[in-house]
Write a new protein. Structure first.
Ligand code: G6P
Length: 608
């Protein structure tokens, strides 16, 4: 979703802004723009194309201060006039990520006071509001603070003024923003990857913070307007981890990084002989002893991780578990249970609906909270009492891959810790699970070796309009995830069903044009699944079966088998995910879609 970069530096900031935007491209966007102050004037360039086109338009632009933006349309179509930065009366320029809820009311008020609107965005009111205070003699900082007091909604903003070329003001509430403190200047960005070429020293801003950046330093004011100090941290994100390297797309790179990502996530556990609650935080043991159930809240792929975890938690740990889509939970009347552990799962830790769902749960009296997240300093991690960080490294492709499998690994650890604490795990079982976890990275590597076969298989999908995914039990969420991956990046309509539901509706869709993809682990439900597959074959449906060793499903006409190397027991969903990721990837290649930045989607959904 929208990305922000800003700089006050000793040399031309345009290359820094453009490189920052390029690094934020993965968040998803449909237009881009930047503005600098040059000779007392605001010079703005905008484009509805990619950042590379903006770069082409910027060759003659320079300045020592500037702000830049990639926009993911919410209010108003993707177009140059709606692209940020927005400028008020040639004096104030603003970039914004978030949604201003009272913008219509503000727009009417400002229009009545002579402000002209040249876009359909909610952002334009911010620039005009700041301007309305600025012209009354307030400094940029005070004018911004006064404007923010009138806004309802979520924002991260960067603001500059034509007649104040040494000052950049920024603020955040509900959307991510951080400061970069470099030798050559001060910077702002939506996430740290944008700033790696200029600095690793970062300050993560708190909700409500407003910051004034100048040539001699910066000052941070909290939501109450009080000057505060915030810790400067050294980001450990490596520059290589956000580079494509030998791969064609980030998604392909990230699929291949899964063995390492899983090894990193499991590192502390796999090096020890037993499991301890402490991996979820100092208060975990006491919290886990006090809970009687689990409520998982998440969106998208992270929601699917929650659905897998429910099977583990109920079967292995004997803990009742509910899983809810965060955007639904936040608005429905539910019955709170203060003895429930609320688990939020998120790659980014910034998803607006998941944050709101967590806050809603807290308001209902839930105090036991755990974040499973891939971004250490993210909002969700800070909002929860307990945490488990997945160590997948930055995920750039919009379609989540390594974040998902590492979330599953973390959720399996949660299951084992709870099972142990509840006396449901013998010492021998614990050791066996630990051994299986140690084996997981190499098992994942073996599954990746199916890649060439899957690339060939994908050719059969290039002309398909629809696909049906089937799974049972623990693997039904994997079928859901497979269908999500395929639709996200290849734009083929894909649906997933628990295989037993086939005859209650989707069987009506099955004919020779409908590919049916089935996840077939060698588990207790295998024989049932085989019967379901017969139902498909009897209707002429073409079957693509991802089968574990020894499932004895034979390759015959109309039945294509992808042989998985082994059966991984409870960890099987992690392994069965990988061929489905690869299938979606190679089908998208066949179709020539934008794999890493699929149309209309965003990586980090920071608005509702
Ligand atoms: C977006 C992304 C998905 C992701 C979902 C939840 O839709 O495109 O890949 O699963 O948001 O994001 P989160 O960061 O909370 O896991």
């Amino acid at each position: 979703m929208c990305g922000i970069v800003g700089a006050v530096a000793q040399s031309n900031v345009v290359p820094i802004l453009l490189e920052g935007l390029r690094r934020l491209e993965y968040r998803g966007y449909d237009s881009a723009g930047l503005v600098v102050v040059h000779d007392g004037k605001l010079e703005r360039i905008r484009s509805t194309g990619r950042v590379v086109e903006l770069t082409g338009k910027s060759t003659n632009t320079q300045g020592l201060i500037g702000i830049a933006h990639t926009r993911w349309a919410t209010h108003g179509i993707p177009s140059e006039r709606n692209a940020h930065p927005h400028i008020s009366k040639n004096q104030i320029a603003v970039v914004h990520n978030g949604i201003i809820e009272n913008y219509e009311e503000l727009r009417s008020l400002l229009a009545a006071n002579g402000y002209e609107f040249t876009s359909d965005t909610d952002t334009e009111v911010i620039g005009h509001l700041i301007h309305s205070h600025y012209v009354q003699g307030k400094k940029l900082l005070e004018a911004t603070q006064a404007a923010l007091a009138e806004l309802v909604g979520a924002y991260a903003i960067g603001v500059i003024a034509a007649d104040d070329p040494d000052r950049l003001v920024c603020a955040r509430r509900g959307s991510p923003l951080l400061l970069g403190v470099g030798d050559s200047g001060l910077f702002i960005a939506s996430d740290v990857s944008a700033l790696l070429p200029v600095t690793r020293q970062v300050v993560y801003l708190e909700e409500g913070d407003v910051v004034e950046l100048g040539r001699s330093g910066y000052r941070i004011y909290d939501a109450a307007g009080k000057k505060v100090d915030r810790v400067v941290q050294t980001s450990e994100l490596s520059n290589e981890s956000v580079q494509l390297g030998e791969y064609r797309h980030y998604m392909q790179k990230e699929i291949h990084e899964q063995p390492q990502a899983l090894a990193n996530t499991l590192e502390s556990v796999c090096n020890s002989q037993s499991l301890v609650p402490g991996i979820f935080g100092a208060e975990a043991a006491a919290t886990f002893a006090d809970i009687d159930s689990i409520l998982i809240l998440a969106c998208g792929t992270s929601f699917h991780a929650g659905l897998v975890a429910r099977f583990w938690l109920e079967e292995i740990a004997g803990v009742r578990c509910n899983v809810e889509v965060a955007s639904e939970y936040r608005y429905r009347t539910s019955v709170p249970n203060p003895k429930s552990l609320v688990v939020v799962i998120s790659q980014s830790g910034e998803t607006a609906d998941t944050q709101a769902a967590l806050n809603h749960a807290k308001l209902l009296g839930h105090s036991h909270t755990l974040a499973i997240c891939n971004v250490p300093e993210s909002a969700l991690v800070r909002l929860c009492k307990l945490r488990m960080l997945t160590r997948a490294g930055p995920e750039i492709g919009v379609a989540s891959t390594k974040a998902f499998t590492t979330q599953l690994a973390a959720l399996f650890l949660l299951t084992l810790v709870l099972a142990k604490q509840r006396g449901r795990l013998t010492e021998q079982q614990e050791l066996q699970h630990l051994n299986e976890l140690r084996h997981l990275p190499s098992a994942t590597q073996m599954v990746l070796e199916l890649e060439p076969q899957i690339a060939v298989l994908a050719e059969k999908f290039a002309n398909k309009q629809h696909a049906l995914f089937l799974g049972r039990g623990l693997h039904y969420p994997i079928a859901l995830e497979g269908a999500l991956k395929l639709k996200e990046i290849s734009y083929i309509h894909a649906e997933a069903y628990p295989a037993g539901e086939l005859k209650h509706g989707p069987l009506a869709l099955v004919d020779q044009y409908m590919p049916v993809i089935s996840v077939a682990p060698n588990d207790a439900l295998l024989e049932k699944l085989k019967s379901n597959l017969q139902e498909v074959r009897a209707r002429g449906g073409e079957l693509y079966v991802f089968a574990d060793a020894n499932t004895h499903i034979r390759e015959v006409d109309g039945v294509h088998i992808m042989q998985m190397p082994e059966h991984a027991g409870y960890l099987s969903p992690i392994l069965h995910t990988i061929p489905l990721q690869l299938l979606a990837y190679y089908v998208a290649l066949q179709k020539g879609t934008d794999v890493d930045k699929p149309r209309n989607l965003a990586k980090s959904v920071t608005v509702e």
